[in-house]
Design a protein around this ligand. Structure first.
Ligand code: UGA
Length: 441
């Protein structure tokens, strides 16, 4: 089957590569010539473990190619829209690129197509896409038939390949029997592998995506709030989470206390569903609280570090080493990363920053230009600790778990160690010589 994928961000690119791996003929299109040139050179515009190998394999097998020309996708039976839906200032999702793409497809198509929406879009967008495609076809005097399907994506950055190869579920939102059958063929490998498929209408599929992300965000804010209380009462959040997770109804996943959730999805999608609800005269009180708790969590981290350090001197004389800038490990994505707020809060108090991240430095530099005069970037974790009065572990990259703490201590000027991911929380013998602070303990 010939499939076009429009948009080569995390979702579109990974989806395109995996569908090629499933034996489909894929053409991935993006308006960014730089990205397409990179991909045609066999280079990835994103850091994603395991993706490069599959990209090379499927390009070599002639199942995967890249283009900047939307007309190259038009011979496809199925076209995925996987373009960005960035937040507007009011928190609502900007679906302009999705609608523009739909119009573009309609302008060029001349036979039946399944137009699949992979982008995360507010409920009701699928209907809008249907309307725009129909209007455009009418305006061109074409009587071409088509169906619009909502097929949300649940991949996580850093585990995107695995999530796409072995998803927990595939959601197909359409009432067209013809489109359902075609989508089953698109995912025939997963269908035969007994991956659960759920067939819904457009609106339900669109809302499943937001409901899932919002629920996970609520779970994180919940445990972070418990962590704040645990810290005040002498309880241990890790044991609380462990015990809660033993209840099958709760599950231990997404119960790790930390500096707050970040990334390109949870912050954006929680705000967007609150906005959608507002437009429909409803108030998402639980999700709204999760968003506010997340903002508070980041501020609490800043406050704890500032307050603790200020007791032993003036922050403007201090250098703080930061370990981890990306919003989570194994990604170079810095969007809405807690590190940005935390660094900002420490710089506001006068501190100098020396930061290290295995993959996030380049992206972070762009976000932190305005404080470029007080931040330096280290080549590794030990350099980040050099002469530092305090070390703050913000993102739990695996390589930090194996830190040589003796070497870190020798490099540092001070002894403060703020472990915002509780990486060393269960190893008091390792951090005995530091003034060690975890989260929720
Ligand atoms: C999230 C969802 O997990 C995916 O299912 C979804 O497809 C994706 O959004 C999306 O909508 O595209 P992602 O943003 O890549 O994936 O990252 P997660 O692993 O979910 O982590 C999000 C944030 O929550 C990170 O900042 C992470 O550090 C934080 N988190 C996660 C915690 O603080 N505690 C936890 O227990 C889990």
């Amino acid at each position: 089957m010939n499939i076009g994928v429009i948009g080569t961000g995390y979702v579109g690119l990974v989806q395109g590569v995996i569908l090629a791996e499933f034996g489909m003929n894929i053409v991935c299109m993006d308006i960014s010539k730089d990205k397409i040139d990179m991909l045609n050179r066999g280079e990835l515009p994103i850091f994603e473990p395991g993706l490069k190998e599959l990209l090379d394999k499927n390009v070599a097998a002639n199942r995967l190619r890249f283009t900047t020309n939307i007309k190259d996708t038009i011979n496809s039976d199925v076209i995925f829209i996987a373009v960005g839906t960035p937040p507007k200032d009011d928190g609502s999702a900007n679906v302009k690129y999705v609608l523009d793409t739909a119009k573009n497809i309609a302008t060029h198509m001349d036979k039946y197509k399944v137009i699949v929406n992979k982008s995360t879009v507010p409920v009701g967008t699928g209907r809008q896409v249907t309307g725009i495609v129909q209007q455009t076809l009418d305006a061109c005097g074409k009587e071409t038939d088509f169906d619009v399907v909502s097929n949300p994506e649940f991949l996580r950055e850093d585990k995107a390949v695995r999530d796409c190869l072995t998803p927990d579920r595939i959601i197909i939102g359409t009432t067209s029997e013809k489109a359902r059958k075609i989508m089953q063929r698109v995912y025939s490998v997963l269908y035969l592998n007994k991956t659960p498929f759920l067939f819904t209408n457009l609106e339900t599929a669109e809302m499943i995506k937001y409901a899932s992300n919002a629920f996970l965000a609520v779970k994180i804010s919940f445990i972070n709030e418990m962590a704040l209380l645990a810290e005040k009462t002498g309880a241990d959040i890790q044991q609380i989470a462990q015990a809660m997770g033993m209840d099958g109804r709760i599950s231990p996943k997404f119960l790790h206390a930390g500096p707050g959730f970040g990334g390109s999805c949870f912050p954006k999608d929680t705000r967007a569903i609150v906005d959608t609800a507002r437009q429909h005269g409803e108030e998402m009180m639980v999700i709204d609280a999760a968003i506010r708790a997340n903002e508070k969590q980041k501020q609490k981290m800043i406050h704890k570090i500032r307050f603790t350090l200020s007791e032993s001197g003036d922050l403007s004389d201090m250098t703080i080493g930061i370990l981890g800038l990306s919003f989570k490990p194994d990604t170079d994505d810095i969007r809405d990363a807690p590190s940005l707020d935390i660094i900002g809060g420490l710089v506001d108090a006068g501190a100098h920053i020396r930061a290290y991240c295995p993959e996030g430095i380049e992206a972070a530099k762009g976000h932190l230009v305005h404080i470029g005069h007080v931040i330096t970037y280290a080549a590794n974790e030990y350099q980040a600790a050099e002469g530092a009065d305090a070390l703050v572990l913000v993102t739990e990259w695996n390589q930090f778990r194996g830190l040589d703490l003796q070497r870190i201590k020798q490099n540092m000027r001070g002894r403060f160690f703020f472990d915002l991911r509780n990486v060393f929380a269960g190893r008091p013998e390792l951090v005995a010589e530091f003034n060690y602070f975890g989260v929720g303990r």
